[in-house]
Design a protein. Structure first.
Length: 76
C-alpha cells in the first residue's frame, strides 16, 4: 500500500479557530486540529483511512504527486 506520508496536504485557518487540512490528490479527505501538529496527525490518519477505503472498494489508489512549494509575492 502507498505511504500516507507522501501525499501533499494543505493546511488553512488557525487561531481563533481550528486548523483544517485537505489533500488535492484525495478529494473528500479532510481533517481538523487545534494546532498544526494535531491537524497534521489527524490528516495522516484520515489519509490512511481513505486509502484503506479505496482499497476495500477495489478503487485505484492515486499516486502522490510530490512536494508543494511556497511562493512569496513581494511588492514590485
Amino acid at each position: 500500500m502507498i505511504d500516507a506520508d507522501r501525499y501533499l496536504i494543505l493546511i488553512e485557518g488557525g487561531p481563533p479557530s481550528n486548523y483544517s487540512a485537505w489533500s488535492p490528490e484525495l478529494p473528500g479527505c479532510v481533517a481538523t486540529g487545534a494546532t498544526v501538529d494535531e491537524c497534521t496527525k489527524a490528516m495522516r490518519e484520515a489519509i490512511a483511512f481513505h486509502l484503506e477505503g479505496l482499497n476495500a472498494d477495489g478503487a485505484a489508489i492515486p499516486e502522490p504527486a510530490g512536494p508543494g512549494v511556497y511562493v512569496e509575492l513581494t511588492a514590485a
